[in-house]
Write a protein that binds this ligand. Structure first.
Ligand SMILES: Cc1ncc(COP(=O)(O)O)c(C=O)c1O
Length: 417
């Protein structure tokens, strides 16, 4: 059993000092309100190149804030990529808008203007362009299209914080950029999210909405903070091998599920039942955010190098699809490996046996979910595309040696099959 050197599906990337921030904010009574919130919004905005930044409690809450601040007429259509995190179109639906889905490029998983243009009509209010898995979509061309057609453009940067196109950070090419600081993302802040905008009017309306919004109670912030710190601890490769990894192996042996979280329709049901509201960012999240701004570029560079090495080592391997690098940078906040959907679980088990835990993606083929099903839409696909994706962690906490070993394990799986 490869306990030593085993690699978790996700490594929580908390910055040094996160535990002391948790303790000091608790002792000083600054878990909720505090000076870090304003400071973080200013510094994150400066880092983005001069945007207005407004903090929220999560990426989905930030999206709700963006939609409410845009103030589109109810009933308007919002165009989403068909393959995305389904909670985002669900937020739009719950606010009274109609999600409409456009195709994505099978290699980059992103939509471009050629996919979005046919979905724009006189009832379209906005487009949410998404930089999926950390790879930038052709945002400049999309912005040209939406400007020409007179619709609003938003960017989902949940997977792409710190990705640049021609030196400019994603999230700044549209009316509103949306960021997530959840524990699985590259810039976790004990949860959190933000919107960024250069539009004074959107910023003013968002600030007004936030001034009336709630913030979780101290106990809930503390519980979430402790929970995420614990996840940070058990996702250190050295600790993971002695704790979660043996449990996963045992579960696999007993034919049980591998601690997978809800996806697709189940995820949407629990989200809808939670009665989502715009919730404000808290002071603890902002303190961690201030620490993260200083290290995010170096962190992303390390993840990028690991992803590049993995791609190089898997190139040309029969039956294994590696993400194609688009223009601009990528970070692969999750590295999406593609195999035949009938073989994905076999590869997942083989990797786990050899010390590599992987994740079933949270992204969904939205048109296939009952919450969005549209019988008038043409369906020419054979099955959900998420069934052929495994997400692999390539964060810099994983050594070059482990990445090379991972590539060898995948090569040996291909040879034996
Ligand atoms: C593409 C995408 N957008 C938005 C979100 C929402 O972020 P949060 O979980 O912080 O609400 C996620 C979360 O996984 C995501 O994957």
């Amino acid at each position: 059993m490869a306990i030593i050197g085993s690699i978790p599906r996700r490594c929580v990337n908390l910055p040094p000092g996160s535990l002391s921030s948790l303790i000091s904010c608790t002792i000083s009574g600054r878990l909720r309100e505090g000076p870090a919130i304003k400071k973080f919004c200013k510094e994150f905005g400066d880092w983005l190149g001069g945007a207005h930044v407004l903090g929220a409690a999560s990426g989905r809450s930030a999206f709700q804030l963006a939609l409410e601040a845009l103030g589109l007429e109810k009933g308007k259509e919002i165009v989403f990529p068909i393959f995305t995190f389904p909670v985002m179109p669900m937020v739009a639906k719950m606010l009274g808008y109609k999600p409409v889905f456009c195709e994505v490029d099978p290699m980059t998983f992103n939509s471009g203007p050629e996919h979005i243009a046919p979905k724009i009509n006189e009832n379209t209010g906005a487009v949410l362009a998404t930089h999926l898995f950390g790879q930038p979509c052709p945002i400049k061309e999309i912005a040209t299209l939406t400007r020409k057609r007179g619709v609003r453009l938003m960017e989902d940067c949940a997977h792409a914080c710190g990705v640049r196109m021609d030196g400019r950070l994603v999230g700044t090419f549209s009316d509103v950029g949306i960021f997530s600081f959840a524990e699985g993302k590259n810039m976790p802040c004990y949860g959190g999210g933000a919107i960024a905008t250069a539009d004074e009017e959107i910023a003013r309306r968002a600030a007004e909405i936030l001034s009336k919004a709630n913030m979780p109670e101290k106990k809930a912030i503390l519980k979430k903070g402790a929970d995420i710190w614990l996840k940070w601890l058990i996702t250190r490769p050295e600790v993971f091998g002695l704790t979660v990894y043996p449990v996963l192996r045992l579960k696999m042996l007993m034919g049980q599920d591998l601690m997978d979280s809800d996806v697709g329709e189940e995820l949407l049901e629990s989200f809808a039942a939670s009665n989502p509201q715009v919730v404000r960012m808290n002071n603890l999240q902002a303190e961690i955010g201030l620490r993260q701004i200083k290290r995010i570029d170096a962190f992303n560079e390390g993840a990028r190098q690991n992803a590049r090495m993995l791609t190089e080592n898997l190139a040309g391997l029969s039956g294994i699809g590696v993400p194609r690098s688009a223009d601009g940078e990528h970070i692969y906040v999750y590295y999406p490996l593609t195999v035949a959907s009938t073989r994905r679980n076999d590869l997942r088990r083989y990797l786990l046996k050899n010390g590599f835990d992987t994740k079933i993606t949270d992204m969904s083929d939205c048109q296939l979910l009952k919450q969005f099903h549209d019988s008038s839409a043409e369906e020419d696909r054979s099955g959900p595309r998420e069934a052929s994706i495994l997400e692999i962690c390539v964060y810099p906490v994983i050594s070059e040696k482990s990445i090379r070993r991972l590539a060898r394990v995948i090569q040996s799986w291909v040879q034996r099959s």
